[in-house]
Design a protein around this ligand. Structure first.
Ligand code: SAM
Ligand code: DTB
Ligand code: SF4
Length: 331
């Protein structure tokens, strides 16, 4: 009688590249005891960066409010009564003045944000002029203008754009509870256009949108598994603004922010991890912990886009206490 031997399973065809991170691995990383997570993150940080240097980026809202999108965290959406005035696109003289001030205060990157769903070609042309002017001051340039087409990304590249900021914001699973007017895939397409144009990618998310720890692990997997991981990863804590649907969301525990930063450092070892919105809420001790966990970039200057940020002198004082130096520019 013949022995019936189970045939060996056929391996799957090697078409798709394996993701760098599985959800289970990312979740396990995030949930381990805080000291274990911090120890591991700090080691990865030291292997890739000078642990006592932090990069300074200054933000300017070049076109405020009146946005047609429904991002439920955002004070700039025209759908919510937040008392914010909408403004036209700023002119080059005023932008240059703000950029010069930022440079003199010690920033090495100047990030310009516009409350658009997606810019028109004419608007991209106007922003391209701003980018060239700011670049001419010897600053790194970054813009965040909403969804971008490949041709628009190429135009910004030729103007001297270094980084494009476009966040995934949260996990694909939680996304629909936060934004309905553009899809996750829309965001991925913009990131692809930016990457293809040879502009560096700045992409991160927000902690505190009512998401679960699994959602935070899932967001980090999305970021770390992009065809090329982002060069810059902003981790924002939700700034709760009156009039927005998330105004009364329960504040997230500060250790969840620190855990997210530490996991981002481990999962994207070469990226600048930016401790972004929400630094005021963290306080000095929380920020010190974030720097230990691997954050090495901040938004520097007393205003984010529409909400307050610690003033420069406070940051300088904290850096002096911690022995942290501002990173020199690369341009
Ligand atoms: N309109 C463009 C867009 O959304 O792509 C660019 C500007 S938008 C304000 C840039 C990012 O700021 C958002 O993707 C979100 O991650 C962050 N952001 C906006 N409002 C926030 C808030 N209240 N708290 C934390 N982060 C916020
Ligand atoms: C990012 O990730 N955070 C910045 C920047 N990219 C454009 C914006 C934070 C906005 C916080 C709310 C506000 O000031 O309007
Ligand atoms: Fe508009 Fe950007 Fe605010 Fe969304 S996050 S409402 S797209 S400005």
């Amino acid at each position: 009688m013949l022995d019936l031997v189970e045939p060996a399973p056929v391996p799957p065809p090697v078409t798709a590249t394996a993701p760098r991170w599985t959800l289970a691995a990312a979740y396990a990383l995030l949930q381990q005891p805080l000291n274990d997570l911090l120890y591991q993150a700090h080691q990865v940080h030291r292997q890739n960066f000078n642990a006592n240097e932090v990069q300074l980026s200054t933000l300017l809202n070049i076109k405020s409010g009146g946005c047609p999108e429904d991002c439920s965290y955002c004070p700039q959406s025209a759908r919510y009564e937040t008392g914010l005035e909408s403004t036209a696109l700023m002119n080059v003289v005023d932008v240059m003045a703000a950029a010069t001030k930022a440079k003199n205060a010690g920033a090495t990157r100047f990030c310009m944000g516009a409350a658009w769903r997606s810019p028109k070609d004419r608007e991209v042309e106007q922003v391209a002029q701003l980018v060239s002017a700011v670049k001419g001051l010897g600053l790194e340039t970054c813009v965040t203008l909403g969804m971008l087409k490949p041709k628009q990304a190429n135009r910004l590249k030729t103007a001297g754009l270094d980084y494009y900021n476009h966040n995934l914001d949260t996990s694909p699973e939680h996304y629909g509870k936060v934004i309905t007017t553009r899809t996750y895939n829309d965001r991925l397409e913009t990131l692809e256009a930016v990457r293809e144009a040879g502009v560096k990618v700045c992409c991160g998310g927000i902690v505190g949108l009512g998401e679960s720890p699994q959602d935070r692990a899932s967001l980090l997997c999305q970021l770390a598994n992009l065809p090329e991981p982002p060069e810059s990863v902003p981790i924002n804590q939700l700034v709760r603004v009156e009039g927005t649907p998330l105004a009364d969301e329960a504040p997230v525990d500060c250790f969840e922010v620190i855990r997210t930063i530490a996991a981002a450092r481990i999962m994207m070892p070469k990226a600048f991890v930016r401790l972004s919105a929400g630094r005021r809420e963290l306080g000095d001790a929380g920020q010190a912990l974030a720097y230990f966990a691997g954050a090495n970039s901040i938004f520097y200057g007393e205003q984010l886009l529409t909400t307050p940020n610690p003033p420069e002198n406070e940051d300088r004082l904290l850096f002096a206490k911690l022995g942290i130096r501002a990173m020199a520019g690369t341009t």
